[in-house]
Design a protein around this ligand. Structure first.
Ligand SMILES: Nc1ncnc2c1ncn2[C@@H]1O[C@H](COP(=O)(O)OP(=O)(O)OP(=O)(O)O)[C@@H](O)[C@H]1O
Ligand SMILES: [Mg+2]
Length: 249
């Protein structure tokens, strides 16, 4: 396992004014694993995700992708390098329809004479096929995202990452507001992605959400790395206790 670090975050620092959201956090992420990134509210999990996905830039530290230092200036930048994110407050744009969301920043164009126009027919067809492949049923790919359920949105965001061959998928609280049935489906999709060779970083404050499918855990507390462990080394109860008390037993 030592050699196949796909992503390394080294001494990452991030301030919001005087608040230190991340204080020299170093995390290695191994290729093909499902890493559970855990911590209580305000621990810095979303901030770390936003730094990896190019939404925020760090105030210090370095990100290494396949051992090379990288800088992402936007989520589109990160996506080009194979890093996709399903954000905590959902990654889809409400006022656009499903297929527009699916192809966001990756739209296919066709030429009509000298003019380049959006190939909406192709988008609708490909989107429907891809979404059905991951087991999501949509009435119409021209439905606005605003009318979808939480589970449908999550599934489309994950299906999009899967379809475009993302190498590293960051999921920030993917089960927030999902039913048991929807949660199970999202987990099935995550496992499918892992089986296809993707690396998953699964962020949650609830250890019971991620424990069944994770290989390893990293715990954050008040912007610092508190602990890390292989799944065989810890029970969910021990993880919860560590998060609650802010220290290892
Ligand atoms: N845009 C911002 N401006 C100011 N402070 C912020 C901003 N974003 C985050 N913070 C602060 O940084 C700290 C870490 O926040 P972050 O959202 O990363 O936590 P989290 O671990 O994702 O929490 P949760 O489990 O509640 O989602 C918090 O103290 C938060 O108030
Ligand atoms: Mg968060």
């Amino acid at each position: 396992m030592i050699d196949n670090i796909i992503l390394r975050l080294e001494n990452i620092k991030k301030y919001f004014g005087k608040v230190c959201a991340l204080d020299n956090v170093t995390v290695d992420i191994y290729e093909g694993e499902i890493l559970g990134l855990l911590g209580d509210n305000g621990a810095g999990k979303t901030t770390l995700v936003k730094i990896i996905s190019g939404v925020l830039s760090p105030d210090g530290g370095t990100i290494y992708l396949n051992k090379k230092p990288v800088k992402f200036n936007s989520p589109v930048d990160a996506r080009k390098m194979g890093i996709d994110t399903v954000e905590q407050n959902l990654s889809l744009v409400n006022i656009m329809d499903i297929s527009r969301n699916f192809f966001l920043a990756r739209e296919p164009f066709k030429k009509i004479g000298p003019i380049k126009v959006l190939d909406k027919r192709k988008m609708d067809m490909e989107c429907r096929k891809a979404v059905e492949e991951v087991g999501v049923r949509v009435r119409s790919t021209e439905d606005m995202v605003s009318i979808l359920s939480g589970g449908e949105r999550q599934s489309i965001a994950i299906g999009r990452a899967f379809h475009f061959g993302c190498r590293i998928l960051l999921l920030d609280e993917p089960l927030a507001a999902l039913s048991i049935k929807e949660s199970r489906k999202v987990h099935e999709m995550i496992i499918k992605m892992k089986n296809s060779g993707a690396t998953i970083v699964y962020i949650t404050h609830n250890v019971y959400h991620v424990y069944p499918i994770a290989d390893r855990f990293v715990l954050l507390d008040k912007g610092k790395k508190l602990a890390e462990a292989e799944k065989e080394e810890v029970t969910p109860e021990e993880i919860m206790e560590t998060i609650a008390t802010g220290r290892m037993r």
